[in-house]
Design a protein around this ligand. Structure first.
Ligand SMILES: NC(=O)c1ccc[n+]([C@@H]2O[C@H](COP(=O)([O-])OP(=O)(O)OC[C@H]3O[C@@H](n4cnc5c(N)ncnc54)[C@H](OP(=O)(O)O)[C@@H]3O)[C@@H](O)[C@H]2O)c1
Length: 268
């Protein structure tokens, strides 16, 4: 892997307080990146920063709430001021869902869309002009297999992740000539708190580790696969176990997926 791709680069990671984002911070710190770490929880971000194997001068904490999209332009200006530039933006912060569409409150759907989609858009719109000026940039977008097909109990989450693909595939096309890259990351089951933090229909937390996540890939291995794909400037990468085959089934044999999924247990 080309670890030099990250050396000295400024990498801003949202959702850096736990799970995949925390593991990405650790891996990128060992590769010499300068880091900006964002999430809502300052305490958790500080704990992540303390444990990183690098000079702490090279790590800035920038708390933010992705669902407060109106505040994100000014947070992005702060991120740009931290080291004078952002080279790689990792849109990783997000929240999942464990409820049927028929039961899910509209405001929960709106919060999921803001957190997972509009938050990333607000940051991207503010960052793009600086990347165009500096003549380079790389967006790394943590989607999901739910960004490629829908499943029961995931309607709003799947919608938010599908939206990321449409938006960032378009950004890739619009900025080919500006040396701005996009890597879409499509994880299957990764062993994090994502199911515990997921919304139920009324907005309460699901609160438990689902079977899928429990048997999932470790966030550390996931992070290594992500940085390898980013360094190789891949446009898209699938990361996970057998469940990522669903993406191939949707593409090449959708009738099979439409038959199998309703007969498959999905944690709800
Ligand atoms: N684990 C999986 O199986 C899996 C599979 C496919 C895709 N993904 C995606 O991977 C990404 C990372 O999730 P994870 O698995 O690492 O789960 P996680 O441990 O729950 O991490 C989610 C991260 O997002 C942050 N976050 C949540 N809501 C936020 C908000 N409103 N504003 C700012 N930050 C917010 C959380 O920090 P705070 O709570 O401190 O704000 C946390 O750092 C997500 O986009 C998720 O959809 C995960």
């Amino acid at each position: 892997m080309n670890k030099d791709y990250f050396n000295g680069k400024v990498v801003w990671i949202t959702g850096a307080s736990s799970g995949i984002g925390e593991a990405l911070a650790f891996t990128l710190a060992t590769f010499g990146a300068r880091l900006i770490l964002s999430a809502r929880s300052i305490d958790k971000l500080e704990a992540v920063r303390r444990n990183l194997p690098c000079d702490k001068e090279n790590v800035k904490i920038l708390p933010l709430d992705l669902s407060s999209t109106l505040e994100l332009p000014s947070r992005t200006k702060e991120a740009l001021a931290a080291f004078g530039r952002v080279d790689i933006m990792i849109h990783n912060g997000g929240v999942s869902q464990r409820s049927r569409a028929i039961d899910t409150k509209m405001e929960i759907t709106e919060t999921i869309m803001s957190t997972n989609f509009f938050g990333a858009v607000a940051i991207t719109k503010e960052l793009l002009p600086s990347m165009v000026r500096q003549g380079s940039g790389h967006f790394v977008v943590i989607s999901s297999v739910m960004g490629k097909f829908g499943a029961q109990y995931r309607s709003s989450y799947a919608a938010s992740k599908h939206a990321l693909h449409g938006y960032f595939d378009s950004i890739r096309m619009e900025h080919v000539g500006d040396n701005i890259r996009v890597t879409m990351v499509v994880p299957g089951y990764i062993r994090t708190n994502v199911s515990a933090n997921a919304f139920e229909a009324d907005g309460s937390k699901h609160g438990r580790l689902d079977a899928g996540q429990a048997r999932g890939m470790s966030p550390e291995i996931c992070a290594k696969k992500i940085v390898k794909a980013v360094a190789a400037r891949k446009p898209e990468v699938l990361v996970g176990g057998f469940e990522v085959m669903g993406v191939l089934a949707k593409r090449w044999c959708p009738a099979l997926l439409n038959w199998i999924l309703p007969r498959t247990h999905v944690d709800g």
